[in-house]
Write a protein that binds this ligand. Sequence first.
Ligand SMILES: [Cu+2]
Length: 66
Amino acid sequence: MQTTTLNVEGMSCNHCVKAVEGAVKEAGAQGTVDLGAKTVDVSYDEATVSLDAVKAAIEDQGYDIV
Ligand SMILES: [Cu+2]
């Protein structure tokens, strides 16, 4: 299991938390948003999930990874 922290701009409320965490989950990973820190802790199995796919899923929701 691989863990990484992404810095994500544009998250402002619980709807954003749900959108981002849901997108990460759909990409096959687990995400935990920290709204105050503007970060997403992502856990994933690098054998089956690519971090690029997780990032793309978040960006597809309209958020920017910085
Ligand atoms: Cu929001």
